[in-house]
Design a protein around this ligand. Structure first.
Ligand code: PLP
Length: 521
């Protein structure tokens, strides 16, 4: 007799090969960075603003890191301000310049393919009266410089243009953008977050006024950014307080993070040398994917100089990215969608739409971003898993968005709501009405209690664990399984009224069966 407790855990372990292909979201911290940060945490706890020895040593270490960052971007150390993240760097420039110029000058020109830390700040500034115009891009996402020439005028105080896009990897000719801006007396901000460590950066040669950076995109720690402010370009601080960062950014410096950023920047030359190999792997992946699905569309520019070496945005016509990504996650592969679904509503990617893709095509797009730890085996595995999915050889789980999950579906006799949240989340938040709670790590002990003739709606806090369990249920022969995308968090945000009305009602806590002699199907 074989007792098969822990079947679901074994199932997870079996499929637990991890292939991380989302380096544009963030990167693992390099061993060297970890080592230096650890030393900084141990030895350099002195406040760099104090005057005694241990503090002076902290200040020295910080200036060393500033030097390394400035060398990596070809700036002078005195032009580099450490910030909490690149979002802060972007906010600081946009708000500082608006304070300085508005209403004497009213206009900022940007692009429709910026990161939300630019776009949402611009949207905020619009509510304060600033006129924001977006220069269109071509089908590869390249800014149309002739259009920029037409839009820019004496009323424009800033041109804000991302150097390399996070979703497609498209690189802009920032030097040309700056030349146009200069003719009209406008300043230039460029978001270089995705570019540092992937392509050479030279803020002096490009003659930009401001540039933003973030350590966690180049194997450094999260929570530390930098802002380049060209000598003589206007800037007033976003944060007021102490005199740190030459009076330009108040707050005691996060020394270990700064050291981590500096160390990551010391490795930039090595990263750039290795970038060619990453590009080769990307090309191999493209070739394999083209064989598997000849009608796939590569959205990233294919000319070397126009695209980051590691980034691939690819559309698989007829293949919804939500299902594909769920299956990839189930097989241990991390990638992103071209679309952001922050609240569980699958808003198609603004970047892809600006390039002319339809909503549907954007929902059929994924972003694959390779890193320095990516191997040829990873690429083969990825291609094999995609092939199995596209050829219908792996189970598929239907998805429902928070917006789609209404009262009709929740209270339908055909719906069996399965709550696979961890106990901590159950303590903090009431769950969906009519739900059946199980211990998510021992799902196999409840299988007999799940109906095979109804649709099983699986949910967890954020939609990830429920994805895995949904696939497990499919593998165990349950035909109609639906996963709530974005989980309870997204549903609570989207349907606050329904949540207040029904949450926690009629919940059943299922008891596990003592299972014996059950085999994975
Ligand atoms: N700009 C771009 C292009 C990014 O990709 C990101 C991060 O995803 C940011 C800005 C924001 O960086 P941070 O996470 O340091 O705020």
């Amino acid at each position: 007799m074989e007792i098969q407790h822990l079947e679901f855990l074994k199932h997870l372990i079996q499929i637990n090969r991890q292939v991380y292909l989302d380096h544009n979201a963030t990167t693992p911290v390099s061993p060297q960075v970890r080592k230096k940060m650890d030393q900084a945490l141990k030895k350099h706890y002195g406040n760099p603003s104090s005057f005694y020895g241990i503090a002076r040593r902290s200040a020295g270490v910080m200036e060393q890191a500033r030097k390394h960052v400035s060398q990596a971007i070809h700036a002078d150390p005195s032009e580099v301000i450490f910030t909490g993240c690149a979002s802060e760097s972007n906010n600081a420039v946009l708000k500082s310049l608006t304070d300085r110029f508005y209403p004497a000058k009213k206009k900022i020109i940007s692009t429709p393919i910026e990161h939300p830390s630019i776009l949402n700040t611009l949207a905020y500034l619009e509510t304060r009266g600033v006129i924001v115009e977006f220069c269109p891009v071509d089908e590869h996402g390249r800014v149309l410089l002739a259009e920029l020439e037409k839009q820019i005028d004496a009323d424009t105080f800033l041109v804000c243009c991302i150097l390399a896009n996070n979703e497609t990897g498209v690189i802009q000719d920032i030097e040309a953008v700056t030349k146009i801006a200069r003719k009209h007396g406008a300043l230039v901000l460029t978001d270089c977050v995705q570019a540092l460590g992937k392509i050479p950066i030279d803020v002096h040669a490009w003659n930009v006024d401001y540039a933003s950076f973030s350590a966690h995109k180049l194997y450094g720690p999260k929570g530390i950014g930098a802002l380049y402010v060209k000598h003589g370009s206007p800037f007033t601080p976003l944060l007021h307080g102490g005199h740190q960062e030459n009076g330009l950014r108040a707050g005691t410096e996060s020394l270990h993070n700064i050291v981590g950023f500096g160390t990551a920047c010391q490795e930039v030359d090595k990263l750039l040398t290795h970038a060619g190999q990453i590009r080769v792997l990307k090309q191999q992946l493209i070739q394999r994917l083209r064989k598997i699905k000849p009608d796939c569309v590569i959205n990233s520019p294919e000319t070397e100089t126009d695209c980051l070496p590691n980034t691939l945005s690819i559309t698989f016509p007829g293949v919804e990215n939500s299902g594909l990504m769920g299956m990839l996650d189930y097989r241990g592969i991390a990638v992103s969608a071209g679309s952001a679904c922050s609240t569980g509503e699958d808003t198609p990617s603004h970047v892809l739409k600006a390039m002319g893709l339809s909503d549907q095509a954007a929902r059929e797009t994924i972003r694959i971003s390779l890193g320095h730890d990516t191997s040829a085996r990873d690429i083969q595995y990825m291609a094999k898993v995609i092939q199995e999915y596209i050829e219908g050889r792996s189970p598929t789980v239907n998805m429902i968005t928070a917006a789609q999950l209404n009262e009709n579906i929740l209270f339908s006799e055909n719906t069996f709501v399965l709550d696979v949240r961890p106990s901590g989340d159950r303590k903090n938040f009431k769950g969906l009405p009519n739900a059946h709670e199980v211990d998510p790590l021992f799902v196999e002990k409840y299988l007999k209690q799940f109906p095979r003739d109804r649709q099983i709606l699986v949910y967890c806090p954020g939609g990830g664990l429920s994805f895995m369990i949904s696939y497990y249920l499919k593998a165990r022969g349950f035909k109609n399984v639906i996963n709530l995308r974005g989980g309870l968090d997204a549903w609570r945000k989207r349907h606050g009224d329904l949540y207040d009305k029904y949450a926690g009602q009629n919940v059943t806590v299922l008891q596990p069966d003592e299972i014996q002699d059950v085999r994975i199907g």
